[in-house]
Design a protein around this ligand. Structure first.
Ligand code: BMA
Length: 318
């Protein structure tokens, strides 16, 4: 039976296809000693796909490094040196920097990278901007409590910069949105998207790649966590936020749309994890490329027809 005959054209489980040559990057591709490469941010730079990849060394500490490809799928070129390492001058402990989300930040005319860093043994969110992924302007840590999974929106919303992030508050892990006039002072914190009882995303939720602007609203991919007897399962869901009032969730998928399944997602340092941090949308073909860490070990790619994904999401409730 075809998917259409099963009535599954736009159901969650058929939207994303794994790239047949996955994984696209592994530690073997690295020009220096690395243990694992995963959870990359993504951007289009000079017509090429640039991945800012989390590279874990053999101490277990991570830094960020650049890989480029003309078609975003093949012939990756990896820089000989790391791009961004933890900097104690900005309160970043030497344990490393992780899980970057990259946006082209219109008002600054630069890329903004939000990433996880460590202070007093706790994870927090740091921000840096760059024009070339070689030199970075560091803003340091953004907000005080334990925090992760952050990205700026690509433009100001009603005159303010906006940030989605995932603080841990009283042990709960929900997504929040905060606003700033200058990228330094943050406020108007609002609860955005919460875990759902008994669901696949009951224990934790966190932003995946940066929000993408569409005429219907801000398109968001997020990860949800369910703890099981044999570890945590990290799956992926979708949400749509109001364009002008992005703290309002107007659609949310009830099902996960992408979950760990294949060998490179089930075998590795942390089995059962798909963790997308970057997307590239091909405006001409409408192909959405989602780059994700698989099992905290390798970088993989899933593609989808963006219009099918949006049709599916618009068919969902909140
Ligand atoms: C999250 C983050 C990710 C990681 C995931 C699965 O909390 O730390 O970096 O990929 O756990 O281990």
């Amino acid at each position: 039976m075809t998917d259409a005959e099963k009535g599954r054209e736009f159901t969650a489980d058929v939207l994303f296809q794994r790239y047949e040559k996955n994984p696209v990057l592994t530690a073997e591709n690295w020009p220096y000693r690395a243990h694992a490469v995963f959870n990359p941010g993504a951007a289009l730079v000079d017509g090429e796909t640039l991945l800012l990849v989390r590279v874990e060394d053999l101490r277990g500490f991570s830094h960020l490094a650049v890989a480029r490809s003309a078609d975003g799928k093949t012939k990756w070129r990896v820089d000989a040196e790391p791009a961004l390492v933890a900097d104690p001058a900005y309160d970043e402990q030497h344990y490393g920097v992780e899980d970057p989300r990259v946006v082209w930040l219109e008002p600054l005319g630069e890329y903004a990278v939000a990433y996880t860093s460590f202070i007093r043994d706790e994870t927090v969110v740091s921000l840096a901007t760059t024009a070339d992924f070689k030199t970075f302007t560091r803003y340091g840590r953004l907000l005080p409590p334990e925090d992760k999974d952050a990205s700026l929106f690509p433009r100001k919303i009603n005159g303010r910069f906006a940030l989605i992030h995932r603080p841990i508050i009283r042990g709960e892990a929900h997504m929040w949105i905060s606003f700033s006039p200058d990228l330094e002072y943050w406020g108007d914190h609002r609860l955005l998207l919460t875990t759902r009882p008994a669901s696949w995303d009951l224990h934790r939720v966190g932003l995946g790649p940066p929000p993408l602007e569409t005429p219907e609203g801000w398109f968001v991919i997020y990860h949800g966590v369910r703890r099981t007897a044999s570890g945590s399962l990290y799956r992926t869901g979708l949400a749509l936020l109001d364009l002008d009032e992005p703290w309002r969730v107007v659609r949310r998928s009830e099902d996960w749309v992408f979950g760990p399944h294949t060998y490179y997602e089930m075998i590795g340092d942390v089995p059962g994890v798909v963790f997308p941090c970057g997307t590239v949308l091909d405006e001409e073909t409408r192909e959405l490329r989602v780059y994700y860490g698989a099992a905290d070990t390798v970088v993989a790619l899933a593609t989808a027809d963006f219009d099918d994904v949006l049709s599916y999401l618009l068919s969902c409730k909140v």
